[in-house]
Design a protein around this ligand. Structure first.
Ligand code: CS2
Ligand code: MG
Length: 404
């Protein structure tokens, strides 16, 4: 079997997605997600200009060898652009292998370790009444666990919620430049425990609650927050501090028993090395799409399992239905599954990417179509071309750029 044609589809059915499509001489095709929010075209070029020529004529069954060739053969390693591109190739090849075998991908990964995949959904609000409504709405959709993000008095935006209407770029920027948000760490640290106290009082002790600090705190501030949130029994506190400084997590860990989740911006096992081997976190947030694909993520999760650390794959709207499907297969197969983030996609995105996976009462299942079980409607995709777009940027009240 040989790879005969490879194409990159960039489409924007509500938001931008980059999809790799690998075709073979036997007519079997595979899809992979290469979407990198805000930097999509860099990955599209990396694939078209540098990866496609290396794939043509090769055997699609040699997944590990192709992965190693793309990772080691480039000489320049790691980084989100490279690893999103390699991920798309890896997933497309697993998709082809599944289709040739006539089996859904999870069967090739060892089969189902559970019947269905538990998810968490996002709730957010400027103030408590808005937040409570949002939580109720998520619960009505069946979500068994809820991520709670709240406005902070004195700040203009509910942070880390890019789809909130108030996060749209200012028209004065011509809609092309990033929206600018404001931030005050002290106000946030004082306010957040009160939010969780109110949410627990309203929704009771049983509902699993999560929170994302989105890289905004120093290790000391993160330690203080984790400790202050202990009475509210969080499922996890996410990205409490920028974790490129892996050693910083030792300080956080010494001071709090609030479970920690980290890693949606990481792209190789080396980013997790200290965090996992010293058991400084409880959940790895790496996604199939940004971590180089199914092959390396499965290895990472085996490494994590040795330290009783569980999976918690990143699943925002900016991971396409192709990347989402790949995640669900891995979720179903690995033993140390924790939870899957699921934000869903627009009805139009579901039409561009018809899929076998289902979301029922808060649980996902990949379905039993061979491969990853996702197709692409290239006609609808072409009718919705790329739109320039950026994630917001964040500034402290004195104007200093801060982590978003
Ligand atoms: C967030 C993401 O899902 C999450 O936990 O941190 O929404 C993140 O902001 C986006 O994926 C950035 O593209
Ligand atoms: Mg996050």
């Amino acid at each position: 079997m040989k790879i005969t044609d490879v194409s990159v589809v960039v489409t924007s059915p509500g938001r931008n997605f980059v999809t790799l499509k690998i075709g073979t001489d036997e007519g079997v095709t595979g899809l992979g997600d290469a979407t990198l929010n805000g930097r999509e075209l860099a990955v599209a070029s990396y694939l078209r200009d540098h990866v496609v020529p290396l794939l043509l004529g090769t055997d699609p069954h040699r997944i590990e060898d192709t992965w190693q060739l793309l990772y080691r053969g480039a000489y320049w390693r790691r980084g989100p652009v490279t690893m999103a591109a390699i991920s798309a190739v890896d997933v497309a090849l697993w998709d082809i292998k599944g289709k040739v075998a006539g089996l859904p991908l999870y069967q090739l990964l060892g089969g189902a370790s559970r019947d269905r995949v538990a998810t968490y959904g996002h709730a957010s609000g400027r103030d408590l009444p808005q937040l409570f409504d949002s939580i109720r709405e998520r619960l009505a959709h069946g979500y068994p666990a809820i991520r709670v993000q709240s406005g902070v008095p004195g700040l203009h935006r509910v942070y880390a919620t890019p789809t909130a209407p108030d996060a749209a770029p200012d028209p004065a920027n011509g809609f092309a430049l990033p929206a600018v948000e404001d931030w005050d760490t002290g106000a946030y640290l004082r306010h957040l425990p009160r939010v969780f106290e109110a949410v627990r009082a309203e929704f009771g002790p049983d509902l699993p609650l999560l929170h994302d600090s989105h890289h905004r705190l120093t290790p000391l501030q993160a330690a203080r927050l984790g400790k202050a949130l202990e009475p509210y029994d969080l499922f996890w506190l996410e990205d409490c501090t920028p974790a490129e400084n892996q050693e910083g997590l030792r300080l956080v860990r010494r001071h709090t028993t609030t479970p920690l989740a980290i890693g949606e911006v990481f792209n190789t096992v080396f980013d997790f090395q200290t965090l996992i081997s010293e058991q400084l976190i409880d959940y790895v947030r790496a996604s199939v799409t940004h971590f180089g694909g199914i092959s390396p993520l499965r290895k990472l999760l085996d490494f994590a399992a040795m330290h009783q650390i569980k999976s918690a794959m990143h699943g925002p709207e900016d991971v396409s239905p192709v990347g989402t499907a790949a995640a669900i297969h891995l979720d179903l197969a690995v033993h140390n599954f924790g939870i899957q983030e699921y934000s869903g996609h627009s009805p139009l995105a579901h039409r561009v990417f018809p899929h076998s996976y289902t979301f029922t009462d808060g649980f996902l299942h990949p379905g039993d179509a061979p491969g990853i079980g996702v197709d692409i409607d290239e006609e609808i995709a072409a009718a919705h071309p790329y739109q320039q777009s950026y994630l917001p940027v964040n500034r402290l009240l004195d104007g200093t750029v801060h982590d978003w």
